[in-house]
Design a protein around this ligand. Structure first.
Ligand code: SAM
Length: 275
């Protein structure tokens, strides 16, 4: 199962190299120290950008004193944003070796290594002690994990009593067919997609209380249309790094995904729960 996820992100248009190339293009070179702020337009691999990270941090009650775990942290963009804006310490846990290592390099480059750590690992078996964190966050990642209950139970274990979990993820809506689920698995490594109620139930089974689920589907439609346009605008970079065929393939799969969201068969949810 994780192999398909690693393969998907091996051939993903967003990468450490692409982030650095985009920053260099914008600032007209790579000379001089980089700041975390210069990365933020490029290193967030979720929907809704920095506002979405802020909203999750509010839901989880993150303060400067919080020990935060970002589950499935990608290139560490949200972790760096939280550390730089809120002053908290963040550990980013990421399955993909290149993304975990690339995230660590980007963090060092912008001088945040004292507050942001990147750990390679699997969200279904968190390599942390019980009660090690005050908040767990995750964005657009649990869609890739088949045993979602295992991840939620692990978040429950590593949170202190009273600690909060806040995450956003794809949610299945009425009309999402088996054939479409199979395509999403084959093309985007998306599996066992939950409904809003399905996630509510899983959070309860994982031991969480005060569960809240918010439907983000309407808000995500324009965001995802813009994201498709963004990937299309990255054509030259993607072709140079991954080839014309992968650019075309990614374009087709992302358009398929966005069409499902437009059709109301797939949407998004934000979930908040307390240990
Ligand atoms: C869409 S990206 C989101 C990255 C990051 N949350 C962000 O917002 O920029 C999903 C990430 O989840 C990671 N991932 C998927 N399954 C995982 C697992 N079982 N354990 C840890 N990370 C995982 C992928 O490798 C990928 O980097």
């Amino acid at each position: 199962m994780p192999d398909r996820v690693v393969d998907f992100y091996d051939r993903h248009p967003i990468s450490e190299a692409q982030v650095l190339a985009a920053v260099a293009r914008r600032r007209g070179g790579v000379d001089g120290a980089l700041t975390a702020d210069e990365l933020f337009d490029f290193d967030q691999d979720h929907y809704g950008g920095l506002d979405a990270v802020d909203a999750l941090a509010r839901c989880a009650g993150v303060t400067a004193r919080s020990r935060v775990l970002d589950v499935c942290a990608g290139l560490g963009g949200p972790a760096r944003f939280l550390a730089s804006r809120r002053g908290c310490r963040v550990v980013g846990l990421e399955l993909h070796p290149g993304r975990a290592a690339g995230g660590a390099r980007l963090t060092r480059l912008v001088g945040l290594a004292g507050r942001v750590a990147a750990i390679r690992g699997d969200a279904t078996a968190l390599p942390f002690a019980a009660g090690a964190f005050d908040a767990c966050l995750s964005q657009e990642a649990l869609l890739h994990v088949e045993p979602k209950l295992a991840v939620l139970a692990e978040c429950h274990r590593v949170l202190v009593p009273g600690g909060r979990l806040a995450f956003t993820d794809w949610v299945a809506r009425p009309g999402l067919g088996d054939r479409e689920r199979e395509q999403l698995w084959a093309w985007m490594a998306a599996t066992t997609l939950q409904t809003l109620d399905g996630y509510r139930a899983l959070l309860g089974r994982a031991g969480f209380g005060a569960v809240e689920a918010e439907d983000l589907s309407d808000a995500w439609r324009p965001i995802l249309r813009a994201r498709l346009a963004m990937f299309r605008a990255m054509r030259a970079d993607t072709v140079a790094r991954l080839g014309e065929a992968r650019f075309g393939e990614y374009d087709r799969l992302y358009a398929f995904f966005v069409d499902l969201v437009e059709a109301g068969k797939l949407g998004g949810g934000r979930f908040t729960a307390t240990r």
